[in-house]
Design a protein around this ligand. Sequence first.
Ligand code: C2E
Ligand code: MG
Ligand code: MG
Length: 591
Amino acid sequence: MQILTKNDFQSDARMPGNEGNSSDELRILRDLLRLLPSGVTVQDERGEFLMVNEAAAAQMQLAANSGQPSQIDNRHETCLELLRNGEPVVLEEAVTCGASKHVYLTSHRPVQIAGRNLVISASADITEQKAFEDQLFRSAYYDELTGLPTRRVIEHRVNSLINHDDAQGQFALAFLDLDNFKHINDYYGHTIGDALLVEFSKRLGLSLRETDILSRISGDEFLLLLNPIGGDHEVIEFIRTVQGRLKAPFFIEESEIFASTSIGVSLYPQHGRSYEALRQNADIAMYRVKNLGKGSAAFFDASMEREALARMKVEQSLRLAILEKRFCCAFQAKVDIRTQEVKGIEALVRLRDGDGVIQAPGTFINLAVELGLIDELTHVVLADIVKSIDLINETFGPNATISINVAARQAGNLEFMRSFARAIEETGFPRRFMIEVTEDAFVAKSHFQDHILPILRKIGVGISIDDFGSGYSSLSALADITADEIKIDRSFITDIHKRPRSQGILRAIESLSEALGMTVIAEGIESHEELAYLQAATKIRYAQGYYFAKPIFLEDMKSAPPLTSESRASMAARPAQETRVAYSRASGYRR
Ligand code: C2E
Ligand code: MG
Ligand code: MG
């Protein structure tokens, strides 16, 4: 029998016992042992190695090379210990060699063979499994981008604070959401967006105490536990400091980025006695801040809960309305202010609620966008138009263009725009359609220009920039988008005859649009004075507004009594009412 020392690990598997007696079986067993991927060793009463197979030799060689030869000494001690108390054990052993770390799981078992007390050990290399587990652990508890703890960590901490509460501890949970992060991402790209999140979390974490926890719970949402707190005033003071810090510009890859943050705060125990309730109420408070104009902070209060409940009801009814297709369109004419002819119409969606009451889009469009229901709704609008096309032609003429509004988020969504373009093409009259998008859609100008526009151009659909002047973009952005039409927001048109500043802006938009070959439409004309100003002082040809016609339902047109010459004359004396409008294909709009 040959005894191995720690300098002699490369040798073949050797069996204890009489070598000279080796039968075929023994040889097979020995080869098998040698080739086993698991490290197998046998140690004697003194802890010396009697047998070391190839895998075990490699493992020990690694330990010898690692500068931690103590591992082999440890094996001696483990062996002697095992022999003393006779119990098997399973141990995890780590060997670090340079940058690489190997982990082995080794089971040691004391045995008696041929009257001798030996220890046999088998180890498996679990390095990969260990790395995978570590990775799983890290991703469950730490956010990869910012390195902050995840939702689970803060949830666990809050729960344990509540469970061990001695009815005295007070803490606060703040829900923070970066405003317009999507715009920032679209405009600067994801790399800068990510870098902003990292910088943002650093600034947020600056003055936290050991007992506070900041965690990133999703995209641009953070949750902050302030624990303990002495009262509201402490939280207010802290939030004020944080907001001041977050308002300063971020310098990322030579861009100067301004970010604002909406913050909602709930307090324990007044605003909830579970993590879920506290988080939800902080979220509700944050949502209120967003609705009131973003960029500030609010504590939760009961009125917000009522608001959130009401919102949930609207959400339910909206989902139901979509399921039941309870939407219809009102149509408003775009009129040539020089000839009174109808150039086109705009479809404005309406919701018939459960009680048959008609709701204007202001009450549900944003929610539909938020809930991801807007795409379906837009397809319903198109279907309604197709269904009514004969009546549309009869009322407004077969050449009137038909405009459909598309939300900014949809306009940048390639998948939706493709499917919508396909549906428009399938109507058989795609060239009559125009799509109205607000400037917000052009935050990612080049994406829209390069990927979305060609889809629409291919089937002959026109593009209109809606509510121009009320959104984010600037005049210079116009130059980058090859749109067909620009609709000047009502806020510039109201009382235009009395407002020199608006007149100046109008002139600028007008000359730019002319240079770029875009048709200008003035939105929201309500008075004769406004119209008179446009006719006298500008070259604008088209307008839309209550002065000419409110949005109308085509069924109402059908049921209206035919116009006599007197009724025409009397209508001419006053602005059009919601459904009392008359059009003639030949002479255009009659008032
Ligand atoms: P918009 O596209 O700018 O449509 C014009 C809005 O101004 C319409 O309101 C119209 O009724 C109103 N309006 C027209 N002339 C006048 C006027 O002289 N004075 C005043 N005060 N208002 C006037 P409505 O129908 O309530 O629609 C509001 C907004 O909802 C629309 O603004 C559009 O952005 C959105 N919307 C409407 N239908 C759809 C749709 O199918 N999809 C999407 N995504 N958005 C839609
Ligand atoms: Mg519009
Ligand atoms: Mg508009």
